[in-house]
Write a protein that binds this ligand. Structure first.
Ligand code: HEM
Ligand code: HEM
Length: 369
């Protein structure tokens, strides 16, 4: 395992070894606190010792700190290894300094939240801590799973962190309020948090299975995550004859699998500053026609970047008639594969184009010969 692989395990390790055991203890003490309070409400006696409330509060403090802590560890890892620090350019210095300052301000706000007594300051520091997490969470490199936000580990993590910060901020209200309104709000919200923690256990374990170790990356990034297919399963539905041939004559199978290059071209940068380079190929694998971006491909990072086949080499416009969309650009670097939709003849659209849809900027284009 590389250093990066080890770092990627820090967040799940802390979640499993630190956060989840604390959740167990906090919930157990919460249950006892409530049982004791209900029993003693009308001068009754309870076998549950009176320390359960303060103990719940003490561990609750630890829980808030550890949940916010592992959230920041996860986001820091993603920004450092997948965001602007990955391939650092001097023009990003201001952004990088701002990100580091927001990290420091977020941790400082949390520390102040623990110390603050007046309601106003607790409100201010809770808001600052929450805002810091949201701003950092929306930086490049953080995997938010926007295409499946309902089951996103990131959004669940954000909700859990916000509710923990809120719990910490309202502790004095819970104690002051004789009508128990704040207790009820606290209990209701934190029952929801328990469900979110279950969600974190499931979605975190799923993401751990999906994230490759560094030696696996080049193989797994050829997969199409939305369609849940990988080149091997995508391209070869072998006929019975080929399978028989493969048993008796291995080279025949190799021949059936080998991709045939039908055309290729080199990317040139179209918009100055949006550097795009490398080779694009049209390949045939079995009866499938695909676009392959070669190992030497690289494009500048940007939002909502798509890969297209276009009629023009320097596209003047993007209309339904002049281009065919192959999908979101899967990676800004390295080898990747895209299926050409059936019924489309690539020769009618002989240019592979990298296009930032959000700002309608053509990054680069490769003329196929
Ligand atoms: C999984 C998370 C949590 C759950 C399920 C939970 C649930 C509860 C429940 C059921 C009670 C008793 C309410 C009653 O008396 O009816 C309680 C009390 C309390 N909780 Fe939590 N809580 C959680 C996290 C937290 C956190 C993170 C904090 C603070 C940082 C906190 C602070 C408190 C305080 C101060 C009380 C009052 C304790 C007392 O009566 O001495 N809780 N909580
Ligand atoms: C209280 C529990 C947890 C919270 C609040 C939490 C929060 C987060 C957050 C906010 C991210 C940021 C997403 C990113 O940087 O790309 C993240 C990433 C990650 N977490 Fe967790 N997490 C929790 C538990 C777990 C557990 C139990 C596991 C696995 C056993 C796990 C595995 C991961 C992995 C693999 C990533 C990186 C990939 C991704 O973004 O999903 N997490 N977590």
């Amino acid at each position: 395992m590389s250093g990066k692989d080890v770092m990627s395990l820090l967040h799940p390790f802390l979640a499993v070894v630190v956060v989840f055991p604390i959740i167990g203890m906090v919930v157990n003490l919460a249950w006892q606190t409530r049982q004791r309070r209900l029993k003693t409400a009308n001068h009754g006696q309870s076998k549950i010792p009176p320390v359960v409330g303060p103990e719940h509060r003490k561990l609750g403090n630890w829980l808030t700190g550890s949940v916010v802590g592992i959230t920041l560890v996860a986001i820091a890892y993603s920004i450092y290894f997948n965001g602007i620090f990955e391939d650092f350019k001097s023009e990003n210095t201001v952004q990088a300094v701002l990100i580091i300052m927001i990290f420091i301000a977020t941790v400082a706000s949390l520390v102040f939240l623990y110390q603050a007594k007046p309601k106003l300051w607790r409100g201010v520091f809770a808001t600052l801590t929450g805002a810091g997490i949201v701003i950092l969470g929306f930086q490049d490199g953080v995997f938010r799973r926007d295409f499946e936000w309902q089951v996103s580990h990131f959004y669940y993590g954000l909700i859990a962190s916000m509710l923990m910060i809120f719990s910490l901020a309202i502790v004095p209200e819970i104690y002051k309020d004789r009508t128990h309104k704040w207790r009820q709000v606290h209990t209701a919200l934190n029952c929801l948090v328990i469900l979110v923690f279950f969600g974190q256990g499931i979605t975190g374990a799923r993401d751990l299975l999906e994230i490759p170790l560094s030696w696996q990356e080049k193989h797994l990034y050829k997969c199409n995550w939305e369609k849940q297919t990988c080149p091997d399963s995508q391209s070869q539905t072998l006929s019975a004859e080929v399978i028989v041939a493969s048993i008796s004559n291995y080279p025949t199978l190799a021949q059936a699998e080998a991709p045939i290059v039908l055309a290729s071209g080199e990317f040139v940068t179209i918009t100055p500053g949006e550097d795009t380079e490398g080779t694009a190929e049209i390949i045939q694998v079995g009866d499938k026609i695909q676009v392959r971006l070669a190992d030497n491909f690289s494009a500048i990072e940007g939002p909502a970047v798509r890969l297209l086949l276009h009629k023009e080499n320097r596209p003047g416009s993007y209309t339904a008639e002049n281009y065919v969309r192959l999908g979101d650009l899967k990676s800004f670097k390295g080898e990747q594969f895209y299926d050409i939709p059936s019924g489309i003849d690539w020769q009618d659209y002989p240019n592979v184009v990298v296009w930032c849809e959000k700002f309608n900027v053509t990054f680069g284009s490769a003329k196929l010969n």
